[in-house]
Structure formats: C-alpha cells, structure tokens
Design a protein around this ligand. Structure first.
Ligand code: PLP
Length: 451
C-alpha cells in the first residue's frame, strides 16, 4: 500500500527506522522513541501526524525565513517545471531564472558583490569558495597563496571541503579532515572562553590571532579568512564589538580575501539583508543558501566582488555542479526574495519584531539555569549554567541538560535546538509578537521542567 500521511504514526515510524538514515542522529536512540512525523506546516507552525501543532523556533534549519505554506512559491515552481524543468549552465548556455536570480542577488548584496556562482546549498558553495580563492590567487600570479584560515567551532557545511573549513571536532575525528591548507584559530566566544578578560579585550585578542596566524604561516601563503558573521550552529556566538573591525583591518593589511559565510545570516536573519551589513564588514565573497529560497528549494551560491570576478574571468574555472543555477530552484528563490522585499519583512524584523524578541529573550536571563542570553536580529541563544557567577559549564554529553531541555521544549510543542549546553532559536522572520509571546512562554516552561 502507498505510504501516506493517513497511516498510523507507529507504522510510519517503523518504516522510517527500517529504511531512512537521519543526518547527525543516533539511529538506535531515535528508533527507540520514534521520530516525530511532520505532515504539514503553515506560518510558524508545524503539524505532526497526531494533529499536534508545534511552534518552529528554528525555521526548519535556520532557513524558512518567509514562513511555511506560501502558495506563490508552489505556483512558481509548477510553472517553471512545465516551462523548463532543467537545463544546465555548462554548455555555453543560460536561462532566464538563473539570469534573473543572479541579477537580483547582485542588486541586494552590498558593495560590489555583483556576481553569483550557484550551488545546491551551503556546503557546495563553500567547496566552491575553497577552489575559487585558490584559482583567484593562481590567476594573480601568486600560486603559493593556498591556505584558508577559519575558526574552531565554525560550521561551514558537511562535505569534506566545507567540513574542513568548519571547526567541528566531531566531524574532523572521522578522519581526513581538515584537508590540506586549512588552518583554524579560536572563536570569539567570551562567555565560554573569555575568563577574566573584558569582552572588548577578549574580542581584540581573538581577532589578533588572525594576524599572528598570518605571520606564522607566511603572508604569501594565506589566501583567505572565512567566518560566519554570527556563528550559528556553534551556538549563536556573537563576537564582542571589538572583534570585527580588527578582523577587517587585518584582512585589508595583508590583502587576504574575506569570506563571510552568510548561509544563516543572509536574507534578513540579523535585521539587514546580510549579516555583514549588521556587523559592518566588507567581504570579498559571501556564501549564501538557506534563506535565499526560505528552504523551499535547495539552492545556494558564492557571491563575489567585481575584482574577484574580473580576475577569474580570464581562466576556465574547473568546477561546477549539475544543479548550479537549477531553473526551478532559481525561480522559487526569486519569488521568495520578492516576498521578503515587497512585504517589508526584513525592515519589520529590524524595526519591530527583533527588538521585541530581544526584550523577551533577555527576560529569560532571570531563570536560574540561564547564564548568558545572546541575540542578533532573529537568531538567539541561552547559555545554560549550573553557576552564573563563575560561568560554569554543564557537561554536553548525551543525556545532559541541553538534551533534556530540547526534549522538554519538544514536549511543550516548541522546536528549540540545543548545541552542547546552549539553547538556540532562529524563528521564521514572519513570526508575530503574539507568536513570540507563545515561544517565550513555552521556552520558560521547558526550562522550569529541566531545573
Ligand atoms: N554555512 C553555514 C554558516 C551553515 O549554517 C550551514 C548549514 O547549517 C552551511 C554552511 C551548510 O549549508 P548546507 O547544509 O545547505 O550544505
């Protein structure tokens, strides 16, 4: 028989555990309790196979910026599938959705970031970046410039290249990562690692690790520095104010390319179109994905400056994906950007809902379990602690407080993610003030239940 939403939940769960392997999941543990089956979604709410509504505090995986259930995107996808479901952009050919989306991104992106190389997501786009910056320096006659500096606890994707750029120890432990010529410096996480330093002194010290690394590795060997404007999957780590101006100064001084990984921070998440605008940095390359299509289609890319594009213009860049510039994904992304722009969603985040969420989020700081509350725009985290004064950490092994809190959120019909002993949210940008109140009530209830 066909497998449909109408089957009993237990049967769907049994088939799921028999045949479906979940990313970043212990399969046996999940099989023991059964995955929650999500059947539909509208606005900021998911509905499960039992008919229960769950407030999605994570916008899927930081991506459903316009919220669920926008028919316009479905209609555009259907129209594009009928007209031209697929064609590549390899064979001296192009098509209107790719032209239109690249043009729109160039219009929205700051400065002279006017050129887009498409991929199917953030990991692929960051793999593109590794090859692109090395090809760039080759074309400039500086073939020794190969090293890309990144940060510990960064997340840049799950392919071998992008996970190598990332600084997730658990991924590197699988072997073969990082690939050659990737170097990691420390992250600017004052709460966890700042000790007795002021946030400002700590931010400066962590930024200066970049300069020390460049001097150590050799200025003529370093190609680029990559970072998320606000570290997302690492736990929504907001650098102290002193950090980014110093990073920008160092990149300028040593002429190394600055890559802003905007996969989460792009398309309104921080209250501006791009996180680099919120943090006042000038990248040479931006990685984009997620909010580009609000997750309705898999699409990402690298947005590069006039200078990078001009330099690459004269060489054949031996790189590309079957789905680079996929017409259906491009058409859907374009419609998503139209909605974000015409409905003033980014402006509303900046002026209204993000300040409202910030006020409510910080109010959770009085909870006995909450050490630090951090928020930029519509991405926020709570650092859980057994002792606020000493900024002590809970263990982050399975079964400890972060896991319990996540489960209590789930039981209270709120999706809030945990990263070690941090709880993280990144709701759809269309969330209303009343929905923010519900999110905060459920989060507080979950915290009470794990205390
Ligand atoms: N870069 C950042 C900052 C991300 O957060 C992610 C995914 O969470 C990626 C890259 C990888 O993107 P994808 O999962 O689309 O490959």
């Amino acid at each position: 028989p066909a497998i449909t939403n109408h089957m009993p939940t237990a049967e769907l769960q049994a088939l799921d555990s028999a045949h479906h392997m979940h990313p970043f999941t212990n399969g046996d543990e999940l099989a023991a309790k059964g995955a929650r089956v999500i059947t539909r979604a509208k606005g900021v709410y998911l509905t499960d196979s039992e008919g229960v509504e769950i407030l999605d505090g994570m916008a899927g995986l930081w991506c459903v910026n316009i919220g669920y259930g926008r028919d316009e995107l479905a209609e555009v996808a259907a129209r594009q599938m009928r007209e031209l479901p697929y064609y590549n952009t390899f064979f001296q050919t192009t098509h209107v959705p790719a032209i239109a989306l690249a043009s729109k991104i160039a219009e929205l992106a700051p400065g002279d970031l006017n050129h887009v190389f498409f991929a199917a997501g953030g990991s692929e786009a960051n793999d593109t970046n590794i090859r692109m910056v090395r090809t760039y320096w080759d074309a400039k006659g500086k073939p020794d410039k190969k090293i890309i500096i990144s940060r510990k606890n960064a997340y840049h994707g799950s392919s071998m290249g992008s996970a190598s750029l990332g600084g997730m120890a658990g991924m590197h432990a699988q072997g073969g990562m990082p690939i050659p010529d990737i170097h990691h410096i420390n992250q600017p996480d004052w709460w966890a690692e700042g000790g007795d330093m002021t946030p400002e002194a700590f931010g400066l010290a962590r930024a200066q690790e970049l300069e020390a690394a460049i001097q150590d590795l050799g200025e003529d060997r370093v190609a680029a520095f990559i970072a998320e404007p606000v570290q997302g999957a690492g736990g929504v780590i907001v650098a102290p104010d002193s950090y980014w101006p110093e990073i920008q100064r160092i990149c300028d001084k040593y002429e190394i390319l600055l890559i802003a990984d905007e996969v989460i921070t792009g398309f309104g998440r921080t209250g501006n179109w791009f996180g680099c605008q919120t943090l006042n940095i000038r990248p040479d390359i931006m990685t984009i994905a997620k909010g580009l299509s609000s997750g309705y289609q898999p699409v990402g890319g690298s947005v590069v400056s006039d200078e990078v594009a001009k330099t690459l213009g004269g060489v054949e860049f031996n790189h590309g994906y079957t789905y680079s510039g996929h017409p259906v994904a491009a058409a859907v992304a374009l419609e998503n950007l139209r909605i974000l722009e015409e409905e003033g969603i980014v402006d509303r985040v900046r002026a209204e809902t993000a300040p409202y969420l910030a006020e409510k989020w910080h109010s959770l700081g009085d909870h006995p379990l909450v050490g630090e509350t951090r928020i930029v725009g519509m991405m926020a985290s709570l650092a859980l602690t057994p002792d606020k004064a000493s900024r002590a950490k809970f263990a982050s092994d399975p079964g400890t407080v972060g896991y319990i809190c996540r489960e209590r959120c789930f039981a209270n019909n709120l999706i809030m993610r945990h990263v070690g002993d941090r709880m993280v949210i990144s709701p759809p940008l269309v969330i209303t003030k009343a929905e923010i109140d519900t999110l905060i009530d459920r989060a507080r209830r979950a915290l009470d239940e794990c205390h």
